[in-house]
Design a protein around this ligand. Structure first.
Ligand SMILES: *Cc1c(COP(=O)(O)O)cnc(C)c1O
Length: 381
């Protein structure tokens, strides 16, 4: 026998790791830095690393108390009830849960293009049909309700990424509210805030809870992850914050114990490790500013822990940078063959990335937009 027809399905293309690249090129891993997957340059929260070590001897038990305690801690952080917090195996797991909780076979899901590949993958796993709305390069990938509504046709689920990966743009809460108002009662707006901590913006949890002058509503959910600001990408932990009305759906859709004992204990420690968060956000802001100022090509403004750079030929530039020891993300797979995405590193890493990129641009003599000018014509991209 065979699996079902998976011809519509596409494999996730993750950023490449140092070990993988070094082995392929027959070189020493220590020659490389990786700024390709928006990982935390300071590593995991130190408190979380201690918690993981301390939990090692008790992993023979299923995670029950730790799951309950982390749910309560996350709920307290947002001022919501425990039932509104859906812990999951990474933000990706939370994306799965929202699909499971909403989709009937053949329902439509509207996702941004360019955008995060896992939305569509998960939609297809759950027998949904994927449709796309465009974020326009000419508008600097600006996000507003109209960009989505232009393509909206009663889709059951609409994904908004704010800050957006890979461009760094955000959608203001007023626009998310306008979008939710303009769509059907039975349409869920899923606001992916995987990079929320790096942005100078309020969370869309305000829309769910009716804070800051917004009216409370039951058609918005928010996604968050421990992978980025907390530096826990390897343990796989994320969650959705959902409207109170949905509370009892979690027990019916979640994979039992998908958030592991190690993940929950790490999450509990990380959420209290304010110092690591502050340090990470500071480093990120400095790196973003440094790259915008010093890269000899157009760098879009970003509210994430990365920047998108117009290099003309992403594949050539990313390959050449990799040869010179700096691994960045070629955005061709996002539908942006002229752009690379560079994760904010430590000060030293960021400086090395900029120096390497500028040298590569000079050596390859590619035509790119001049720095700061996003309206200029772009050659061949
Ligand atoms: C990283 C990321 C996520 C979540 O990743 P996990 O590691 O599964 O938590 C979700 N959405 C976007 C846009 C991301 O970049």
């Amino acid at each position: 026998m065979q699996p079902r027809d998976l011809s519509d399905h596409v494999a996730y293309e993750a950023g490449r790791g140092i070990e993988e690249v070094a082995r392929e090129l027959g070189r020493d891993p220590s020659e490389f830095i990786k700024l390709a997957s928006n990982e935390n340059p300071h590593g995991p929260s130190p408190a979380a690393a201690v918690a993981i070590r301390e939990t090692a001897s008790s992993v023979s038990s299923y995670p029950k108390a730790a799951h309950a305690d982390l749910t309560t801690a996350v709920a307290a952080r947002w001022g919501v009830t425990d039932e509104q917090v859906w812990l999951a195996n990474g933000g990706d797991g939370a994306i799965d849960y929202l699909h499971r909780a909403t989709l009937e076979p053949g329902d439509d899901v509207l996702v941004p293009s360019p955008g995060f590949a896992y939305y569509g993958m998960s939609s297809r796993f759950h027998h949904g049909d994927v449709r796309e709305y465009d974020l326009e390069r000419e508008d600097d990938f600006e996000q507003d309700a109209d960009a989505v509504l232009e393509r909206y046709e009663g889709d059951r689920l609409v994904f908004v990424t704010s800050p957006h990966n890979p461009t760094g743009s955000t959608m203001p809460l007023e626009e998310i509210e306008r979008l939710a108002d303009a769509t059907d009662d039975e349409t869920l707006i899923a606001v992916d805030e995987a990079y929320g901590e790096f942005a100078d913006r309020d969370s869309a949890v305000a829309l769910i809870e009716g804070l800051d002058g917004f009216e409370a509503r039951d058609d918005v959910a928010v996604l968050r992850t421990f992978s980025k600001v907390y530096g826990l990408a390897g343990v796989r932990l994320g969650y959705a914050v959902v409207p109170e009305e949905w509370a009892d759906a979690y027990a019916r859709v979640n994979t039992p114990f998908a958030a592991s004992e190690l993940a929950c204990r790490a999450g509990l420690a990380a959420i209290d490790d304010e110092e690591h968060v502050v340090r990470t956000v500071e480093t990120t802001r400095e790196a973003r500013a440094y790259m915008r100022e010093h890269v000899d090509a157009h760098v879009w403004e970003s509210e994430g822990n990365f920047v998108l750079v117009d290099v003309g030929d992403a594949s050539a530039v990313a390959n050449e940078m990799q040869d010179r020891g700096v691994i960045v993300r070629d955005c061709s797979s996002f539908g942006l063959p002229g752009c690379i995405r560079i994760t904010c590193g430590t000060e030293a890493e960021t400086e090395r990335a900029v120096e390497t990129l500028n040298a590569v641009l000079k050596d390859l003599d590619l035509e790119t937009q001049p720095p700061g000018d996003s309206t200029a014509e772009v050659a061949d991209s």
